[in-house]
Write a protein that binds this ligand. Structure first.
Ligand code: HEC
Ligand code: HEC
Length: 314
């Protein structure tokens, strides 16, 4: 009933909405159940968990973007980036790595990019635990290997279409959109994410910048979230928290332009890899990739200096 009400409310405000499903009611028995629970714990405490903290280079957790649903579990939210059904899509083709990726490969890519850290070795305890947890969230769903991209059926339905339509809007951006973006940020986001994107420790995740010791706080410039059109699709679907779908497309485009024009760590794929003897085989045909804030704007033929006006960024 609650879900029917939810769908009815959201379709009234005109947002594209899909109910993702929920986590199973019970855990598997024995050691497998323990691994699922370990993965659940890591996904909610990634930057502080003993098995993963040294491989994370910011203050985020998987749940910062793979949002909790009504059951309070990471990745069961209905918006873009739900993990319900994700395991059914793998092995899946990934254009970024130019290889067929497993679920572990895909999760470990988020460590290098979204978590600004290092790729976990496949089959390490943490990597298997996360894959166990995410697979458990697809219990009972049919295999649906994805030849287009490493996304669940749910995310495939929502993500690429939305990102494509935001690309058309953001390509036209000027300094005026940056100014509006800052206003939208102050009105709709800064109460939780902080005036300077710093977040609130333990409650609201940071969006950009560094702490007093120079440690980066948020996702780096290789992350999906750092790419303007993808970030807009995610924000439209999920933010402000609990009110996904309520902002106008132009407001979303402008606020993302503002957020992703702020300082964040440059991405260097090679730096995201552990030494070969620790990492094992790296399942990617692409071994070099660099990212920067400037580069992420250039992809849409935008000049970061013009967009920011006098506020220069490296
Ligand atoms: C800063 C936001 C962010 C964080 C933090 C993050 N991710 Fe992601 N993740 C994304 C986005 C955005 C996508 C989809 C984008 C794409 O495929 O380009 C994604 C996709 C995925 C997918 C594929 C899901 C699907 O069905 O499309 C998996 C699996 C995944 N992430 C695992 C993880 C794990 C494990 C962690 C924690 C270690 C994590 N992510 C942390 C943003 C994030
Ligand atoms: C009511 C508080 C609240 C408001 C308002 C809000 N957010 Fe969030 N946001 C959150 C929380 C909480 C999370 C992480 C969810 C979790 O950890 O369970 C999040 C996650 C995010 C993330 C992914 C994680 C990261 O830190 O990169 C982005 C991007 C984001 N929000 C952008 C926005 C934008 C843009 C707005 C304004 C349009 C906004 N948020 C408004 C609470 C809020």
């Amino acid at each position: 009933m609650k879900n029917i009400l939810k769908i009815a409310t959201i379709s009234l405000i005109g947002a594209s909405y899909l109910f993702a499903g929920s986590a199973p009611k019970t855990y598997p028995a024995g050691e497998l159940g323990k691994m699922v629970k370990l993965g659940e714990d890591i996904s909610a405490n990634t930057d502080t968990h003993p098995l993963t903290k040294d491989l994370v280079g910011n203050k985020l957790q998987c749940k910062s973007c793979h949002l909790k649903g009504d059951d309070g579990k990471t990745g069961t939210g209905d918006g873009i980036s739900s993990w319900i059904g994700t395991a059914t899509a793998f092995p899946a083709w990934s254009d970024r790595e130019k290889s067929v990726q497993t679920l572990e490969d895909r999760s470990n890519a988020c460590f290098m990019r979204s978590m600004n850290g290092k790729r976990l070795p496949n089959s390490s305890e943490a990597s298997v635990a996360i894959a166990s947890y995410i697979t458990w969230l697809s219990t009972g769903m049919p295999i649906n290997m994805n030849e287009k991209g490493p996304w669940s059926p749910h995310n495939t339905e929502l993500y690429p279409k939305s990102a494509k339509s935001f690309k058309t809007i953001i390509e036209k951006a000027t300094h005026a959109n940056y100014v509006t973006g800052e206003q939208v940020y102050k009105a709709k986001c800064s109460s939780c994410h902080g005036e300077n994107g710093e977040g609130v420790d333990g409650t609201f995740p940071p969006l950009w910048g560094q702490d007093a010791n120079g440690k980066w706080l948020a996702y780096n410039t290789g992350a999906g979230m750092s790419k303007l059109a993808k970030a807009a699709a995610w924000v439209k679907s999920n933010m402000p928290l609990g009110e996904g779908g309520t902002l106008k497309d132009q407001e979303v485009a402008d606020v993302v332009l503002y957020i992703n024009a702020q300082p964040r760590a440059d991405f260097d794929l090679q730096k995201g890899l552990l030494p070969k003897e620790q990492m094992g085989y790296f399942n990617s045909k692409v071994l070099e990739e660099k990212g920067s804030v400037r580069g992420n704007f250039k992809v849409l033929k935008l000049d970061i200096d013009e967009i920011r006006g006098d506020k220069k960024i490296k």
